[in-house]
Write a protein that binds this ligand. Structure first.
Ligand code: CP3
Length: 336
């Protein structure tokens, strides 16, 4: 059995499957714990529960990799912004203050996130040796979207705010990447062996700014990881054909496709990288036959090249775990 890190570093072609948001609200065993823990950030800071939740989808489905139960917003939290999650509204952060951000240091940051590192250590002990433990961060731009509230309610870029904050964004990007690299290194030292970098809102950046706000900050972090021999998977969601430039410029070990990317286009254009994901998570609301047909397209498109089965975005809360099981069994039993 080859684990995810080995597939990424050595570009090995073999079956491997995990899902973004594999630990979450679609699982009754998660909802049970969540019901008793109303504050989401505090739940992420409860090492025992975080580790237990991380293991839930492994126990249920025996997936090939675990992803630590935490959130990309733990970074702004540790840097001094308070965060609340209102039902159906998404996260709300307290007003951003540059002087608060600048008053941090790596020691106080690490101290605040210690429970996450402890959860990783506990989970590594529970996890079989042949399974990877994935840690993650939000890319600087995606964190800034939340930190500065740059998104409108219908998920568009708030252009007025964007223009007002533009000068500050550069400064915040630089400062954040320093802490994000520390967060990656701390998670790896605690026992994780792969990092996924979520740039979930890369698709909102105006074309002329993509280099400054997406390619360059992602490359800095990937270069940091390469130096430390840490395996990376990037997810620059929404970039469309710019996925090609991103891949050539940033050169991560792996790249997660979103559901807008045509798998055959990806196969042709994205070279020297392990491909991951792509299947639309909404397909899991459809009939078994629809699910298996859609999965077959991805399996066939990437047969004989290194490909990690996953989705084009996280599993949705309304997903039936029975459908998830169906998809996993189908993938594992598929004879290419
Ligand atoms: O299983 C896993 O993938 C690990 C856990 C994980 C969570 N968040 C737990 C979570 C991961 C990898 C994330 C990443 C994350 N968080 C991203 C990047 C991926 C993406 O979805 O684009 C982003 C943008 C966030 C920020 C965030 N956290 C939002 C927008 C929300 C609310 C809306 C939503 O999708 O639930 C969260 C809360 C959150 N993070 C939940 C979970 C399980 C739900 C919390 C709840 O129980 O109410």
């Amino acid at each position: 059995m080859t684990n995810l890190k080995n597939i990424l570093i050595n570009k090995i072609s073999c079956k491997s499957i995990w899902f973004m948001r594999q630990a979450g609200r679609y699982l009754p065993e998660f909802r049970e714990i969540r019901k008793k823990n109303k504050n989401f950030i505090n739940l992420c800071l409860n090492s025992e529960l975080s580790s237990e939740i991380t293991m839930q989808p492994i126990k249920r489905f025996n997936l090939d990799s675990a992803i630590i139960f935490s959130d990309i917003l733990m970074t702004p939290y540790a840097l001094g912004q308070s965060i609340t999650f209102k039902k159906d509204e998404g996260p709300k952060l307290s007003e951003f203050k540059l002087d608060v951000l600048m008053s941090n240091n790596i020691e106080n940051f690490t101290e605040k996130l210690n429970p996450v590192y402890k959860a990783i250590g506990m989970t590594r002990k529970k996890l079989k040796k042949d399974k990877s433990l994935i840690c993650f961060i939000g890319a600087p731009w995606t964190l800034i979207i939340y930190m500065l509230g740059l998104k409108t309610d219908n998920n568009k870029l708030d252009l007025d705010k964007y223009k007002r904050f533009k000068k500050e964004i550069n400064e915040i990007l630089l400062e954040l990447s320093h802490y994000l690299c520390a967060h990656i290194e701390n998670q790896i030292n605690a026992g994780a062996d792969v990092v996924q970098i979520f740039d979930s809102w890369a698709g909102l950046i105006p074309e002329k700014d993509i280099k400054d706000f997406c390619y360059t900050p992602n490359k800095k972090i990937v270069d940091f990881c390469k130096n430390k021999k840490i395996a990376t998977i990037c997810f620059p969601k929404g970039l469309k054909e710019n996925y090609e430039f991103f891949n050539n410029f940033v050169k991560p070990d792996g790249i997660n496709l979103d559901s807008d990317i045509d798998p055959l286009w990806a196969r042709q254009k994205l070279k020297n990288v392990v491909l991951q994901g792509g299947l639309n998570p909404k397909i899991l609301f459809k009939s078994n036959q629809d699910i298996l047909e859609a999965a077959t397209i991805y399996i066939n498109a990437f047969k004989d090249i290194p490909y990690i089965f996953n989705l084009g975005h996280g599993l949705l809360p309304e997903t039936d775990p029975v459908k998830v099981k169906l998809l996993i069994n189908f993938y594992r039993n598929y004879n290419e």
